[in-house]
Design a protein around this ligand. Structure first.
Ligand SMILES: N[C@@H](CCC(=O)N[C@@H](CS)C(=O)NCC(=O)O)C(=O)O
Length: 339
């Protein structure tokens, strides 16, 4: 027993002090939307290397740390080991053959697997980002494009608009205006696609593509163009998408007079875009941002219609459309529609 106690102390005094800090920096902080401190990671990686060298020597002589049988001195490692195996730190264990075999052995124990299974069910149900909507909806697609740019996992919870599910509970608790999308991130519930994308871009600033600016002046210019999209572009573009894409898809007849009127409204907006894009690669600045992303669903719909000519006749607008529509994050949304 005294040998088991030695290795239990080694776990708590040597292994845990470095491993717990690494687990906090690499797993817990990102989950809490906090930034990882790379200096702390580096320092503790060094400490853990030394501890694992001692483990490697011990495990080349003994099947388990405390002796030939699995004991508390092994079991106490499991929670943090399980976390660290989801990070780059796993490589440190893999490099040491005896340590690696010991990890594989203890992590495969049925008692531990049961814990992991329960934790995963609880965690994925409670923590997953959920988008309630439909893949045909432009506002829903705006949010999905943003989540893809940020490389975030999410669940698309289908809302049947045909059956009027968006006008009934439980959906009305998510959006009292009865329109998709509704959005959940843990206990936070949101609606309005552009407010949702701004929340995602700021909350997950460290992940995927940066979609907003930190500099207040640059951000102010980006905000101007987000407003332009919402207040100027969206109005004719969404009417045209409705007339030319949605109505034919649901067996209704396109109103050509509305198409003509709205196409000329859109042309006026795109004249301003042409001038802006002659001077700036993207609408909000030199990089792709939310100001561009917000346009994607309507542009994508209209590119398959006669209104495409309104874009094509403006060279900078046309090049910008081709660029943003080709983004892999957007292509993923398009692929979801075809599934
Ligand atoms: N401003 C809202 C607009 C949402 C919206 O118009 N959603 C449409 C689908 S794209 C909808 O739910 N239409 C059904 C309805 O209004 O009953 C947003 O951006 O989220």
């Amino acid at each position: 027993m005294s040998i088991v106690s030695v290795w239990m102390e080694v776990e708590s005094q040597q292994f845990n002090s470095a491993a717990a800090k690494l687990s906090y920096e690499l797993i817990i902080k990102p989950l809490m939307k906090m930034s990882t401190d790379e200096t702390v990671v580096e320092q503790n990686q060094e400490k853990l290397e030394k501890v694992l060298d001692v483990y490697e020597a011990r495990l080349s002589q003994s099947k388990y740390l405390g002796g030939e049988a699995f004991t508390l001195s092994d079991l106490n490692h499991l929670p943090i080991l399980n976390n660290l195996f989801k990070t780059k730190i796993k490589a440190m264990f893999d490099e040491r053959p005896h340590v690696s075999a010991w990890c594989a052995d203890i992590l495969a124990r049925p008692g531990w697997k049961k814990v992991v299974q329960r934790f995963t069910i609880y965690f994925s149900a409670e923590m997953a980002i959920k988008v309630h909507g439909t893949i045909l909806s432009t506002a829903t697609r705006r949010v999905l494009a943003c989540l893809n740019e940020k490389e975030l996992d999410f669940e698309l919870v289908p809302v049947n608009l045909g059956a009027g599910d968006h006008k009934k509970e439980p959906f009305l608790s998510l959006n009292p205006f009865g329109q998709v999308p509704g959005f959940e991130d843990g206990d936070l519930k949101l609606f309005e696609s552009r407010a949702i994308t701004q929340y995602i871009a700021r909350t997950y600033a460290d992940k995927g593509t940066p979609l907003v600016y930190e500099d207040p002046k640059k951000m102010a210019i980006l905000s101007v163009w987000m407003e332009v999209e919402a207040q100027r572009f969206e109005i004719p573009a969404s009417k045209l998408s409705w007339e030319l894409c949605i109505k034919p898809a649901i067996g209704m007849v396109t109103d050509d007079a509305i198409v003509e009127e709205q196409a000329s409204e859109l042309a006026k907006v795109l004249d301003v875009y042409e001038a802006r894009l002659a001077k700036s690669k993207y609408l909000g600045g030199d990089t792709f941002t939310l100001a561009d992303l917000h346009h994607l669903p309507n542009i994508n719909y209209l590119m398959g219609t006669r209104v495409k000519a309104v874009y094509d006749s403006r060279p900078h607008v046309s090049a910008w459309c081709a660029d943003i529509l080709a983004r892999p994050a957007w292509q993923k949304v398009v692929a979801m529609r075809n599934q």
